[in-house]
Design a protein around this ligand. Structure first.
Ligand code: GLP
Length: 241
């Protein structure tokens, strides 16, 4: 794993954006794996700026999001569909047909999981997968204990995760108990992985990732077995190292 140390959140976002724009520029049909949460918001802001600056078009870009809450309508302000529209998709020219987010309100959720896996395979896998880091080591919504070979599936969210994400909801009771997420197997099949880590809250998780052993109790640890991972971490996230 290559670690890039940066000063703060803004620098992390800019450095991440450069890596993404490099793919957008040089790959004929780049497939981007996208994440949600507070971590990649700055990256999306930089991508929007790059597009508005007129130097970049995203018309040839295909995207796959990692996850979505179960049973939240796509127009619900806490759904990841809504998040992605507001933070990125409404402001750039990625064609709608190229955008993929798991459908958390699908009638047949198992079928939806298989459809999502097949769709990823059909484009020849993800060129670069952006990841945030959960404080319990989750990636996507793959909670501790998830099999390293998992594909897209439904998860029961950890209470730690529900609590961490409750800041976006009116109260914790409103946070869904389940979600649909790309599996760790899908993530590991990405050609390249970009893990973004910012803030003191993530410092212990980052130490565990870097110094700990590879085990399913700490999902992000599997990234050590991937041959092309870059971690961009800011000073606050690196304080425990
Ligand atoms: C959420 C998302 C993850 C995200 C993580 C960290 O639950 N499902 O994809 O990476 O938790 O969130 P944040 O960036 O807000 O710390």
């Amino acid at each position: 794993m290559k670690i890039i140390k940066v000063k703060d959140y803004q620098e992390m976002s800019r450095a991440a954006c450069e890596m993404i724009l490099e793919k957008v520029k040089n790959i004929k049909q780049p497939v981007l794996g996208l994440a949600t949460g507070s971590t990649p918001e700055g990256l999306y802001r930089c991508m929007v700026q790059a597009y508005k600056g007129g130097k970049y078009s995203f018309q040839h870009v295909i995207t796959f999001n990692l996850d979505e809450y179960l049973n939240l309508d796509q127009h619900h302000p806490n759904s990841y569909h809504f998040y992605m529209r507001k933070k990125l998709f409404d402001h750039v020219d990625i064609p709608k047909k190229n955008i993929h987010i798991p459908n958390g309100v699908a009638e047949d959720i198992v079928k939806e999981c298989r459809r999502y896996d097949e769709r990823i395979k059909s484009v020849g896998n993800i060129d670069i997968q952006v990841l945030g880091l959960g404080i319990n080591g989750h990636i996507g919504f793959n909670e501790p204990g998830t099999s390293f070979t998992s594909t897209t599936h439904v998860v029961h969210l950890d209470e730690i995760t529900r609590k961490a994400n409750s800041k976006y909801f009116h109260n914790i009771q409103d946070v869904p108990y389940k979600a649909i997420t790309m599996g760790i197997g899908n993530i590991m099949e990405s050609k390249e992985i970009l893990l973004l880590v910012s803030g003191k809250k993530k410092a212990l998780a980052l130490v565990k990732l870097i110094n700990g052993e590879v085990c399913e109790q700490f999902p992000a640890s599997i990234l050590k077995r991937h041959k092309n991972v870059t971690i961009i971490a800011d000073y606050d996230a690196l304080t425990e190292l």
